[in-house]
Design a protein around this ligand. Structure first.
Ligand SMILES: Cc1cc2nc3c(=O)[nH]c(=O)nc-3n(C[C@H](O)[C@H](O)[C@H](O)COP(=O)(O)OP(=O)(O)OC[C@H]3O[C@@H](n4cnc5c(N)ncnc54)[C@H](O)[C@@H]3O)c2cc1C
Length: 465
Protein backbone atom coordinates (compact mmCIF):
# COMPACT_ATOMS: atom_id res chain seq x y z
CA UNK A 1 0.00 0.00 0.00
CA UNK A 2 1.28 3.49 -0.89
CA UNK A 3 2.43 5.66 2.02
CA UNK A 4 0.74 9.03 2.57
CA UNK A 5 3.76 10.72 0.99
CA UNK A 6 3.65 8.51 -2.09
CA UNK A 7 -0.08 9.07 -2.35
CA UNK A 8 0.38 12.86 -2.42
CA UNK A 9 3.12 12.52 -5.03
CA UNK A 10 1.06 10.23 -7.27
CA UNK A 11 -2.03 12.42 -6.91
CA UNK A 12 -0.04 15.53 -7.85
CA UNK A 13 1.32 13.72 -10.93
CA UNK A 14 -2.20 12.84 -11.95
CA UNK A 15 -3.34 16.45 -11.58
CA UNK A 16 -0.52 18.28 -13.41
CA UNK A 17 1.38 15.60 -15.33
CA UNK A 18 4.73 14.02 -14.54
CA UNK A 19 7.10 16.82 -15.66
CA UNK A 20 5.45 19.37 -13.38
CA UNK A 21 5.82 17.73 -9.99
CA UNK A 22 9.02 16.90 -8.15
CA UNK A 23 10.31 15.63 -4.85
CA UNK A 24 13.96 15.57 -5.91
CA UNK A 25 16.25 17.07 -3.31
CA UNK A 26 18.02 19.24 -5.88
CA UNK A 27 14.78 20.85 -6.98
CA UNK A 28 13.38 21.18 -3.48
CA UNK A 29 16.60 22.96 -2.54
CA UNK A 30 15.72 25.79 -4.94
CA UNK A 31 12.42 26.35 -3.13
CA UNK A 32 13.85 26.12 0.38
CA UNK A 33 15.15 29.70 0.40
CA UNK A 34 14.84 33.08 -1.26
CA UNK A 35 17.59 35.61 -1.98
CA UNK A 36 17.19 37.11 1.53
CA UNK A 37 18.66 36.06 4.89
CA UNK A 38 15.83 33.81 6.17
CA UNK A 39 16.61 30.34 7.52
CA UNK A 40 16.01 27.78 4.72
CA UNK A 41 13.41 25.00 5.09
CA UNK A 42 12.69 22.30 2.54
CA UNK A 43 9.30 21.48 1.05
CA UNK A 44 8.28 17.87 0.47
CA UNK A 45 6.91 18.40 -3.04
CA UNK A 46 6.91 21.16 -5.63
CA UNK A 47 4.13 21.36 -8.17
CA UNK A 48 3.49 23.68 -11.12
CA UNK A 49 -0.21 23.94 -12.05
CA UNK A 50 -1.28 25.48 -15.35
CA UNK A 51 -4.98 26.22 -14.71
CA UNK A 52 -7.29 27.36 -11.92
CA UNK A 53 -8.89 23.92 -12.09
CA UNK A 54 -5.53 22.30 -11.27
CA UNK A 55 -4.92 24.76 -8.42
CA UNK A 56 -8.32 23.82 -7.04
CA UNK A 57 -7.56 20.08 -7.21
CA UNK A 58 -4.18 20.55 -5.51
CA UNK A 59 -5.72 22.58 -2.68
CA UNK A 60 -8.42 19.94 -2.15
CA UNK A 61 -5.73 17.24 -2.06
CA UNK A 62 -3.71 19.28 0.47
CA UNK A 63 -6.81 19.81 2.58
CA UNK A 64 -7.73 16.11 2.54
CA UNK A 65 -4.18 15.00 3.29
CA UNK A 66 -3.68 17.83 5.85
CA UNK A 67 -0.44 19.01 4.26
CA UNK A 68 0.63 22.66 3.99
CA UNK A 69 0.46 24.42 0.64
CA UNK A 70 2.60 27.50 -0.06
CA UNK A 71 2.07 29.59 -3.21
CA UNK A 72 5.10 31.15 -4.85
CA UNK A 73 4.98 33.36 -7.93
CA UNK A 74 8.34 35.07 -8.44
CA UNK A 75 10.00 33.98 -5.18
CA UNK A 76 11.82 37.29 -4.78
CA UNK A 77 10.28 38.72 -1.65
CA UNK A 78 13.57 38.49 0.31
CA UNK A 79 11.88 37.99 3.69
CA UNK A 80 11.15 34.26 3.48
CA UNK A 81 7.41 34.70 2.88
CA UNK A 82 7.26 31.81 0.41
CA UNK A 83 9.72 29.58 2.29
CA UNK A 84 7.76 26.46 3.32
CA UNK A 85 8.44 26.72 7.06
CA UNK A 86 6.27 23.68 7.81
CA UNK A 87 7.21 21.68 4.70
CA UNK A 88 4.42 20.33 2.49
CA UNK A 89 3.64 21.42 -1.08
CA UNK A 90 5.16 24.48 -2.71
CA UNK A 91 2.85 25.56 -5.51
CA UNK A 92 4.91 27.40 -8.13
CA UNK A 93 2.53 29.56 -10.18
CA UNK A 94 4.95 30.38 -13.00
CA UNK A 95 3.22 28.23 -15.65
CA UNK A 96 0.09 30.32 -15.25
CA UNK A 97 1.56 33.21 -17.17
CA UNK A 98 -1.18 34.35 -19.52
CA UNK A 99 -2.15 37.95 -19.98
CA UNK A 100 -5.88 37.37 -20.26
CA UNK A 101 -7.27 40.73 -21.23
CA UNK A 102 -6.41 44.38 -21.63
CA UNK A 103 -9.25 46.86 -21.49
CA UNK A 104 -7.79 49.90 -23.20
CA UNK A 105 -10.59 52.34 -22.42
CA UNK A 106 -11.12 51.36 -18.79
CA UNK A 107 -7.34 50.98 -18.36
CA UNK A 108 -6.90 47.62 -16.73
CA UNK A 109 -5.21 44.31 -17.42
CA UNK A 110 -6.20 40.86 -16.17
CA UNK A 111 -3.20 38.60 -15.58
CA UNK A 112 -2.63 35.11 -14.26
CA UNK A 113 -0.55 34.64 -11.15
CA UNK A 114 2.70 33.71 -12.92
CA UNK A 115 2.93 36.73 -15.22
CA UNK A 116 6.22 38.45 -14.51
CA UNK A 117 6.79 42.18 -14.23
CA UNK A 118 9.10 41.99 -17.24
CA UNK A 119 6.54 40.13 -19.36
CA UNK A 120 3.79 42.66 -18.66
CA UNK A 121 6.15 45.57 -19.29
CA UNK A 122 7.25 44.30 -22.72
CA UNK A 123 3.72 43.18 -23.66
CA UNK A 124 2.34 46.65 -22.99
CA UNK A 125 5.23 48.36 -24.77
CA UNK A 126 4.63 46.24 -27.84
CA UNK A 127 0.84 46.15 -27.94
CA UNK A 128 -0.45 49.08 -25.89
CA UNK A 129 2.29 51.72 -25.89
CA UNK A 130 -0.15 54.29 -24.49
CA UNK A 131 -0.57 52.25 -21.29
CA UNK A 132 1.77 51.25 -18.49
CA UNK A 133 1.70 49.66 -15.06
CA UNK A 134 3.65 50.67 -11.99
CA UNK A 135 6.97 48.79 -12.20
CA UNK A 136 8.83 48.03 -8.96
CA UNK A 137 12.62 48.13 -8.82
CA UNK A 138 12.58 44.37 -8.28
CA UNK A 139 14.15 42.10 -10.91
CA UNK A 140 11.84 41.60 -13.94
CA UNK A 141 11.19 37.97 -12.95
CA UNK A 142 9.22 39.16 -9.89
CA UNK A 143 5.56 38.51 -10.55
CA UNK A 144 2.83 41.10 -10.94
CA UNK A 145 0.55 39.19 -8.57
CA UNK A 146 3.15 38.41 -5.85
CA UNK A 147 4.29 42.02 -5.78
CA UNK A 148 0.81 43.52 -5.90
CA UNK A 149 -0.52 41.30 -3.10
CA UNK A 150 2.19 42.45 -0.69
CA UNK A 151 1.90 46.25 -0.95
CA UNK A 152 4.57 46.55 -3.66
CA UNK A 153 5.67 50.01 -4.64
CA UNK A 154 7.05 51.28 -7.94
CA UNK A 155 7.41 54.06 -10.44
CA UNK A 156 3.80 55.18 -10.36
CA UNK A 157 3.52 55.22 -6.59
CA UNK A 158 2.01 58.68 -6.73
CA UNK A 159 -1.18 56.67 -7.39
CA UNK A 160 -0.60 54.71 -4.17
CA UNK A 161 0.89 51.34 -3.30
CA UNK A 162 0.37 48.54 -5.82
CA UNK A 163 -2.20 46.79 -3.63
CA UNK A 164 -4.38 49.87 -4.04
CA UNK A 165 -4.31 49.33 -7.81
CA UNK A 166 -6.19 46.00 -7.67
CA UNK A 167 -9.58 45.98 -9.40
CA UNK A 168 -10.48 42.36 -8.74
CA UNK A 169 -9.26 38.85 -8.00
CA UNK A 170 -9.96 35.23 -8.76
CA UNK A 171 -9.01 33.16 -5.70
CA UNK A 172 -9.00 29.50 -4.71
CA UNK A 173 -9.92 29.18 -1.03
CA UNK A 174 -8.58 26.61 1.43
CA UNK A 175 -11.60 24.36 0.84
CA UNK A 176 -11.14 24.48 -2.94
CA UNK A 177 -13.94 26.98 -3.62
CA UNK A 178 -13.24 29.55 -6.38
CA UNK A 179 -14.22 33.19 -5.74
CA UNK A 180 -14.29 36.12 -8.14
CA UNK A 181 -14.12 39.46 -6.37
CA UNK A 182 -14.70 43.03 -7.49
CA UNK A 183 -16.88 44.10 -10.41
CA UNK A 184 -16.22 40.69 -12.05
CA UNK A 185 -18.43 39.13 -9.33
CA UNK A 186 -21.40 40.71 -11.16
CA UNK A 187 -20.32 41.14 -14.75
CA UNK A 188 -17.67 40.19 -17.31
CA UNK A 189 -15.81 43.45 -16.57
CA UNK A 190 -12.93 43.72 -14.11
CA UNK A 191 -12.90 47.50 -13.79
CA UNK A 192 -13.17 48.13 -10.04
CA UNK A 193 -13.65 47.01 -6.45
CA UNK A 194 -16.38 49.36 -5.40
CA UNK A 195 -19.07 50.10 -4.48
CA UNK A 196 -19.29 46.61 -2.98
CA UNK A 197 -18.19 45.23 0.38
CA UNK A 198 -14.45 45.00 -0.22
CA UNK A 199 -13.51 41.33 0.01
CA UNK A 200 -10.36 41.80 -2.09
CA UNK A 201 -8.62 43.03 1.07
CA UNK A 202 -9.01 39.57 2.60
CA UNK A 203 -6.20 38.45 0.30
CA UNK A 204 -3.96 41.51 0.38
CA UNK A 205 -0.93 41.36 2.71
CA UNK A 206 -2.06 37.96 4.01
CA UNK A 207 0.89 36.17 2.34
CA UNK A 208 -1.21 33.38 0.84
CA UNK A 209 -2.71 32.36 4.20
CA UNK A 210 -6.31 33.03 3.13
CA UNK A 211 -6.32 31.75 -0.45
CA UNK A 212 -4.40 31.33 -3.68
CA UNK A 213 -4.89 34.08 -6.23
CA UNK A 214 -5.08 32.73 -9.77
CA UNK A 215 -6.06 35.95 -11.61
CA UNK A 216 -5.76 39.62 -10.82
CA UNK A 217 -7.03 42.77 -12.52
CA UNK A 218 -4.58 45.66 -12.24
CA UNK A 219 -5.10 49.32 -13.02
CA UNK A 220 -3.07 50.70 -15.92
CA UNK A 221 -2.06 54.33 -16.41
CA UNK A 222 -1.32 56.56 -19.39
CA UNK A 223 2.17 56.18 -20.78
CA UNK A 224 3.64 59.43 -22.07
CA UNK A 225 6.20 59.49 -24.87
CA UNK A 226 8.78 61.59 -23.02
CA UNK A 227 10.49 60.59 -19.78
CA UNK A 228 13.24 62.23 -17.82
CA UNK A 229 14.46 62.70 -14.30
CA UNK A 230 15.98 65.37 -12.12
CA UNK A 231 18.54 64.45 -9.51
CA UNK A 232 19.22 66.46 -6.37
CA UNK A 233 22.01 65.83 -3.93
CA UNK A 234 20.50 65.72 -0.42
CA UNK A 235 22.82 67.55 1.96
CA UNK A 236 20.68 67.12 5.04
CA UNK A 237 18.04 64.37 5.48
CA UNK A 238 16.07 66.69 7.79
CA UNK A 239 14.94 68.56 4.68
CA UNK A 240 13.38 65.49 3.02
CA UNK A 241 9.82 65.82 4.42
CA UNK A 242 9.51 69.42 3.29
CA UNK A 243 11.08 68.71 -0.10
CA UNK A 244 8.83 65.70 -0.82
CA UNK A 245 5.83 67.65 0.35
CA UNK A 246 6.65 70.53 -2.01
CA UNK A 247 7.28 68.21 -4.96
CA UNK A 248 4.13 66.16 -4.48
CA UNK A 249 1.91 69.18 -3.96
CA UNK A 250 2.47 70.06 -7.64
CA UNK A 251 1.14 66.62 -8.72
CA UNK A 252 3.47 66.98 -11.72
CA UNK A 253 5.87 64.14 -11.02
CA UNK A 254 5.44 60.40 -11.53
CA UNK A 255 7.60 59.27 -8.66
CA UNK A 256 10.00 60.58 -6.01
CA UNK A 257 12.71 58.23 -4.87
CA UNK A 258 15.57 58.87 -2.46
CA UNK A 259 18.51 56.50 -2.46
CA UNK A 260 21.34 56.66 0.05
CA UNK A 261 24.33 54.41 -0.47
CA UNK A 262 28.08 54.37 -0.74
CA UNK A 263 28.91 53.66 -4.39
CA UNK A 264 31.91 51.41 -4.99
CA UNK A 265 35.14 53.35 -4.40
CA UNK A 266 33.33 56.44 -3.05
CA UNK A 267 34.67 57.73 0.29
CA UNK A 268 31.27 58.18 1.94
CA UNK A 269 27.52 57.66 1.61
CA UNK A 270 25.74 59.89 -0.87
CA UNK A 271 22.01 60.60 -0.87
CA UNK A 272 20.22 61.44 -4.07
CA UNK A 273 16.62 62.52 -4.47
CA UNK A 274 15.25 61.72 -7.91
CA UNK A 275 12.10 63.22 -9.38
CA UNK A 276 10.74 61.20 -12.31
CA UNK A 277 8.96 63.21 -14.97
CA UNK A 278 6.91 62.33 -18.03
CA UNK A 279 5.32 64.55 -20.67
CA UNK A 280 3.52 64.64 -23.99
CA UNK A 281 5.67 67.39 -25.50
CA UNK A 282 9.14 68.81 -25.04
CA UNK A 283 7.57 72.11 -23.94
CA UNK A 284 5.69 70.32 -21.16
CA UNK A 285 8.82 68.47 -20.06
CA UNK A 286 10.93 71.64 -20.05
CA UNK A 287 8.26 73.44 -18.06
CA UNK A 288 8.22 70.72 -15.41
CA UNK A 289 12.00 70.58 -15.18
CA UNK A 290 12.26 74.32 -14.77
CA UNK A 291 9.56 74.32 -12.13
CA UNK A 292 11.39 71.79 -9.94
CA UNK A 293 14.86 73.23 -10.45
CA UNK A 294 13.53 76.70 -9.53
CA UNK A 295 11.69 75.27 -6.54
CA UNK A 296 14.97 74.23 -4.93
CA UNK A 297 17.11 77.22 -5.90
CA UNK A 298 16.63 79.01 -2.59
CA UNK A 299 15.72 75.97 -0.54
CA UNK A 300 17.43 75.37 2.81
CA UNK A 301 20.44 76.94 4.49
CA UNK A 302 24.05 76.62 3.45
CA UNK A 303 24.95 72.95 4.01
CA UNK A 304 21.35 71.74 4.03
CA UNK A 305 20.37 72.34 0.41
CA UNK A 306 18.92 70.12 -2.27
CA UNK A 307 21.63 70.62 -4.86
CA UNK A 308 20.46 70.11 -8.43
CA UNK A 309 22.93 67.75 -10.10
CA UNK A 310 22.65 67.60 -13.89
CA UNK A 311 22.55 64.01 -15.09
CA UNK A 312 25.56 64.60 -17.29
CA UNK A 313 27.67 64.98 -14.17
CA UNK A 314 26.88 61.45 -13.00
CA UNK A 315 28.22 58.17 -14.44
CA UNK A 316 26.09 56.97 -17.39
CA UNK A 317 25.81 53.51 -15.86
CA UNK A 318 24.18 54.99 -12.80
CA UNK A 319 21.74 57.01 -14.89
CA UNK A 320 20.77 53.99 -16.98
CA UNK A 321 20.22 52.05 -13.77
CA UNK A 322 17.95 54.71 -12.34
CA UNK A 323 15.89 55.18 -15.50
CA UNK A 324 15.56 51.67 -16.87
CA UNK A 325 16.18 49.13 -14.15
CA UNK A 326 16.73 50.99 -10.93
CA UNK A 327 18.36 48.39 -8.74
CA UNK A 328 21.12 50.51 -7.35
CA UNK A 329 20.74 49.32 -3.78
CA UNK A 330 21.09 45.71 -4.93
CA UNK A 331 24.33 46.51 -6.73
CA UNK A 332 26.13 46.35 -3.39
CA UNK A 333 25.34 42.63 -3.12
CA UNK A 334 27.32 40.40 -5.42
CA UNK A 335 24.66 37.77 -6.23
CA UNK A 336 26.93 35.85 -8.60
CA UNK A 337 29.38 35.17 -5.78
CA UNK A 338 26.63 34.07 -3.41
CA UNK A 339 25.96 37.52 -2.05
CA UNK A 340 22.53 38.76 -1.14
CA UNK A 341 20.79 41.53 0.62
CA UNK A 342 17.68 41.89 2.62
CA UNK A 343 15.79 44.90 3.71
CA UNK A 344 13.32 45.86 6.32
CA UNK A 345 10.73 48.00 4.65
CA UNK A 346 8.59 50.17 6.81
CA UNK A 347 5.71 52.40 5.84
CA UNK A 348 6.11 55.71 7.67
CA UNK A 349 4.56 59.13 7.74
CA UNK A 350 6.76 61.59 5.86
CA UNK A 351 7.53 63.54 9.04
CA UNK A 352 9.33 60.53 10.57
CA UNK A 353 11.91 60.21 7.78
CA UNK A 354 14.72 62.24 9.46
CA UNK A 355 14.53 60.37 12.77
CA UNK A 356 14.31 56.99 10.99
CA UNK A 357 17.30 58.04 8.90
CA UNK A 358 19.39 58.84 11.97
CA UNK A 359 18.37 55.75 13.92
CA UNK A 360 18.92 53.55 10.86
CA UNK A 361 22.41 54.97 10.54
CA UNK A 362 23.19 54.05 14.15
CA UNK A 363 21.90 50.50 13.64
CA UNK A 364 23.85 50.07 10.41
CA UNK A 365 27.10 51.29 12.00
CA UNK A 366 26.53 49.12 15.09
CA UNK A 367 26.42 46.01 12.89
CA UNK A 368 29.29 47.06 10.64
CA UNK A 369 27.33 48.32 7.59
CA UNK A 370 27.20 51.58 5.69
CA UNK A 371 23.66 52.98 5.68
CA UNK A 372 21.87 51.78 2.54
CA UNK A 373 18.39 53.24 2.11
CA UNK A 374 15.67 53.66 -0.43
CA UNK A 375 12.80 55.94 0.47
CA UNK A 376 9.87 56.06 -1.94
CA UNK A 377 7.01 58.48 -1.78
CA UNK A 378 3.59 56.76 -1.79
CA UNK A 379 0.56 58.75 -2.91
CA UNK A 380 0.91 62.51 -2.92
CA UNK A 381 3.08 62.70 0.17
CA UNK A 382 0.69 60.43 2.05
CA UNK A 383 3.54 58.29 3.31
CA UNK A 384 6.81 56.69 2.36
CA UNK A 385 8.10 53.17 2.04
CA UNK A 386 11.47 53.38 3.80
CA UNK A 387 13.76 50.41 3.16
CA UNK A 388 16.88 49.75 5.24
CA UNK A 389 19.05 47.22 3.41
CA UNK A 390 21.83 44.97 4.68
CA UNK A 391 24.02 43.04 2.20
CA UNK A 392 25.68 39.77 3.16
CA UNK A 393 27.81 36.96 1.85
CA UNK A 394 25.77 33.76 1.93
CA UNK A 395 28.84 31.59 2.31
CA UNK A 396 29.70 33.38 5.55
CA UNK A 397 27.32 32.53 8.40
CA UNK A 398 28.66 35.38 10.54
CA UNK A 399 27.83 37.92 7.83
CA UNK A 400 24.32 36.43 7.40
CA UNK A 401 23.75 36.64 11.14
CA UNK A 402 24.86 40.28 11.22
CA UNK A 403 22.20 41.07 8.60
CA UNK A 404 19.56 39.23 10.62
CA UNK A 405 20.55 41.10 13.79
CA UNK A 406 20.43 44.45 11.99
CA UNK A 407 17.01 43.55 10.55
CA UNK A 408 15.73 42.70 14.03
CA UNK A 409 16.95 46.03 15.46
CA UNK A 410 15.43 47.89 12.52
CA UNK A 411 12.05 46.23 13.05
CA UNK A 412 12.12 47.34 16.70
CA UNK A 413 13.05 50.86 15.71
CA UNK A 414 10.34 51.00 13.02
CA UNK A 415 7.66 49.90 15.48
CA UNK A 416 8.98 52.31 18.10
CA UNK A 417 8.55 55.15 15.59
CA UNK A 418 4.94 54.16 14.94
CA UNK A 419 5.68 52.75 11.48
CA UNK A 420 4.14 49.67 9.88
CA UNK A 421 6.72 47.06 8.88
CA UNK A 422 6.32 45.93 5.27
CA UNK A 423 6.21 42.24 4.18
CA UNK A 424 7.80 41.20 7.44
CA UNK A 425 9.58 37.92 7.97
CA UNK A 426 8.19 35.60 10.69
CA UNK A 427 10.04 37.34 13.54
CA UNK A 428 8.82 40.72 12.33
CA UNK A 429 5.24 39.44 12.08
CA UNK A 430 5.47 38.25 15.69
CA UNK A 431 6.62 41.72 16.77
CA UNK A 432 3.77 43.37 14.87
CA UNK A 433 1.22 41.05 16.45
CA UNK A 434 2.67 41.62 19.91
CA UNK A 435 1.80 45.33 19.55
CA UNK A 436 -1.45 44.94 17.72
CA UNK A 437 -4.80 45.91 19.16
CA UNK A 438 -5.99 42.54 20.61
CA UNK A 439 -9.43 42.97 19.06
CA UNK A 440 -7.92 43.32 15.58
CA UNK A 441 -5.74 40.31 16.28
CA UNK A 442 -8.67 38.19 17.25
CA UNK A 443 -10.66 39.28 14.16
CA UNK A 444 -7.64 38.32 12.00
CA UNK A 445 -7.51 34.96 13.71
CA UNK A 446 -11.23 34.42 13.13
CA UNK A 447 -10.89 35.29 9.44
CA UNK A 448 -8.03 32.83 9.03
CA UNK A 449 -10.04 30.07 10.69
CA UNK A 450 -12.98 30.66 8.34
CA UNK A 451 -10.89 30.94 5.18
CA UNK A 452 -8.56 28.07 5.99
CA UNK A 453 -10.17 25.77 8.58
CA UNK A 454 -7.47 23.10 8.16
CA UNK A 455 -4.62 25.59 8.75
CA UNK A 456 -2.83 24.44 5.59
CA UNK A 457 -2.33 27.75 3.74
CA UNK A 458 1.26 28.99 4.10
CA UNK A 459 1.21 28.06 7.79
CA UNK A 460 3.48 29.90 10.20
CA UNK A 461 2.66 33.29 8.70
CA UNK A 462 0.44 35.67 10.70
CA UNK A 463 0.35 33.02 13.38
CA UNK A 464 -1.49 34.17 16.46
CA UNK A 465 -0.65 32.79 19.91
C1 LIG B 1 16.86 43.87 -6.18
C2 LIG B 1 15.48 43.93 -5.60
C3 LIG B 1 14.79 45.13 -5.64
C4 LIG B 1 13.49 45.21 -5.13
N1 LIG B 1 12.79 46.36 -5.24
C5 LIG B 1 11.48 46.40 -4.92
C6 LIG B 1 10.67 47.56 -5.18
O1 LIG B 1 11.13 48.56 -5.68
N2 LIG B 1 9.37 47.52 -4.84
C7 LIG B 1 8.80 46.41 -4.32
O2 LIG B 1 7.61 46.42 -4.08
N3 LIG B 1 9.53 45.31 -4.05
C8 LIG B 1 10.85 45.27 -4.35
N4 LIG B 1 11.59 44.14 -4.10
C9 LIG B 1 11.00 43.04 -3.32
C10 LIG B 1 10.35 41.88 -4.07
O3 LIG B 1 11.12 41.49 -5.18
C11 LIG B 1 9.01 42.17 -4.55
O4 LIG B 1 8.12 42.62 -3.61
C12 LIG B 1 8.50 40.99 -5.37
O5 LIG B 1 7.98 41.59 -6.48
C13 LIG B 1 7.51 40.07 -4.78
O6 LIG B 1 6.89 39.35 -5.83
P1 LIG B 1 7.20 37.83 -6.08
O7 LIG B 1 6.50 37.42 -7.30
O8 LIG B 1 8.64 37.55 -6.00
O9 LIG B 1 6.44 37.26 -4.80
P2 LIG B 1 6.67 35.86 -4.06
O10 LIG B 1 7.94 35.90 -3.29
O11 LIG B 1 6.47 34.73 -4.98
O12 LIG B 1 5.42 35.88 -3.04
C14 LIG B 1 5.21 36.89 -2.11
C15 LIG B 1 4.20 36.43 -1.06
O13 LIG B 1 2.93 36.28 -1.68
C16 LIG B 1 2.49 34.92 -1.63
N5 LIG B 1 1.97 34.61 -2.96
C17 LIG B 1 2.67 34.48 -4.12
N6 LIG B 1 1.83 34.17 -5.11
C18 LIG B 1 0.59 34.12 -4.58
C19 LIG B 1 -0.69 33.83 -5.10
N7 LIG B 1 -0.85 33.54 -6.37
N8 LIG B 1 -1.75 33.86 -4.26
C20 LIG B 1 -1.59 34.15 -2.94
N9 LIG B 1 -0.40 34.42 -2.39
C21 LIG B 1 0.68 34.41 -3.20
C22 LIG B 1 3.72 34.09 -1.28
O14 LIG B 1 3.39 32.91 -0.56
C23 LIG B 1 4.50 35.08 -0.43
O15 LIG B 1 4.00 35.06 0.88
C24 LIG B 1 12.90 44.04 -4.56
C25 LIG B 1 13.61 42.85 -4.53
C26 LIG B 1 14.88 42.77 -5.05
C27 LIG B 1 15.60 41.44 -5.05
Amino acid sequence: MASGEDHVYEALRTIVGDPFVSRDREELYMYSRDPGASIPRSADWVVLPSTTDEVQKIVILARDMKVPVVPISGGLTLSGLAVPVKGGIVMDMRRMDRIIEVNERSRYVVVESGVSQGKLLSFLKENYPMLRHSMPDAPPSASVVGNTLIYGSGHLSKHGAHSEMINGLEVVLGDGEVLRLGSCALSPYWFGRGPLPDLVSLFVNWFGTTGIVTRLSLKLYPSHPLRDMLIFLVQDPKTIPQAVSMITSTDMMEDVLIVASRPPKAPSVISLLTVYLTAETHEELDFKKELFVDMFKDFGQEGSRMVFTPKEMLPQKLIHGFMEEPQYAAATADFKKGGGFEYVGVVLPLSKVPVAWKMGEEIARKHGFDPLYTVRNVGLGHGVVFAFAYPFNRADEESLQRSRDALADTNDMALELGGTPWKSELEGQAKIMARMDPVVLSVMDGIKRVMDPGGIMNPGNWKHG
